[in-house]
Design a protein around this ligand. Sequence first.
Ligand code: ADP
Length: 525
Amino acid sequence: MDDPWTLPLRLAVQRHDVREPPYRKRVLHQPYRLPAVLTGSAARECRQLIGGEWVEAPGGATFEDADPFTGAVVATVPAGTREDARRAIEAAAEAFPNWSQTAPAERQAIFLKAADVLDARRDDVASWLTRETGCTVGWAMFQLQFVPGLFRQAAALGYMPTGEILPSDSGAFAMGIRRPVGVVGAIAPWNAALILSARSIAAPIALGNTVVLKPSELSPYVGGLLWGEIFGDAGLPAGVLNIVTHAPGEAGPIGDELVESPHVRCINFTGSTQTGRRLAEAAGRNLKRLVLELGGHNPLIVLADADLDYAVDASAFGAFLHQGQICMSTRRIIVERSIADSFVERLTAKTRGLKVGDPREPDTIIGPLINESALEVVKGRVDDALSKGAKLLAGGKAVGPCFQPTLLTDVPEASELGRVETFGPVATIEIVDSAEEAIGRANATSYGLSSGIITSDPDRGLELAQQIDAGVVHVNDQTVGDEPQMPFGGVKESGWGRFGGSAAINEFTELRWVTVRRAPHPFPF
Ligand code: ADP
């Protein structure tokens, strides 16, 4: 599937040789047009998935799941409880012995089928992504390109956990053997609903674990229950994947059950640093393994030798894709003084020209924020920065449920915008006198997720990349990008552990020491 949205993320390096300026933008294909089904208006009646059964919450309690742009109810969803989580964990624990013994080929066939089922439902899922999460066509396309690839790669994961034969001083035949951990709790967010929920279950299940998934209350269908349908069609046995939903603000009791249940051996969480910290504290008390992918305050350094057009396009893409609601979004653009004036002028003009509005329209770049409280937070942080002396270059205002793409400079460190991840289409510009100062600025944050350096000298870029304190560094690319096989994750307050590829094997298996003794021990008593 080639379209101009997914290609920038996959082929940025191939299509732009930075040593041969000038950079020329290429529109590779016609934009993908959303299907008629996108405008479907019937609200779906959802159920939770526990032990292979689609079930209601106790007493049939539900909540309404709304379209962030139109406000229309798109689904009614069970308002599940801690008791539902307990039953889901029990179902997963019961399914574990059989699932963990399945042949890798059996798991592989299911994941390959799931990828095909998702591909076949591409239009329907694109529609749901827009209706449930307000995502633009571009962000839907990126997710729909990523996840089938994730499943096809996960299909091979069952073959990858190899063991070791270890030299023993006691004459035993000693081995290190990888085993699935058991029941894995998966807590997923709404922003890249499809990718981040798929990622939370794919490696764990492919490696022989069973899972209880708790999607975000803001994307219970396309970031959760959808996988019950797709893996059901793909032939996943009952109880291997369980999905518990809950009403807004009611995540706590389900999270508590996942953290406290002795059956759950490991939890993966993607979301805010604030919630991640709370989970880590609880997991510490319960001595539970945790993989945490949290927020970022991601810097993009534009060096004096950068191709300006490329740097401007990269900055706008990194900052404004999906309205800046991506943990990897470019939040801080750090630019060398000698090119700052023309860079700022061009980026400001580009930012002002981005279309804001209905995400169903294929040329919309900035759709709605996920809900009103998100809009209030973004607006409040921008106003606060302005009141403390920041200068506004573009945007700065809410337009219905959307927030204009916004650029600020001279943002004081004392403002929240200067220090804390702000999930919206807002980027700041800092001007520095040298590459060394740029690195210092890039690292002056408590976060450490993604980062980028734009330069026409890739060798220097690579050297500087070693000095950035982040889990991900891209030379000659912006900060948003992921591929299923990459070791994705952060440092500092952006979390720990890695999703992706073989890194996931360490996270979702145990290394067990096994010995076989052929001659008896000479015991001393
Ligand atoms: P965001 O603000 O981007 O929604 P959150 O960290 O609040 O980020 O949400 C990410 C995920 O964490 C969602 O599935 C949400 O329901 C869940 N969550 C929120 N609070 C808790 C909690 N106390 N325990 C477990 N999960 C939680």
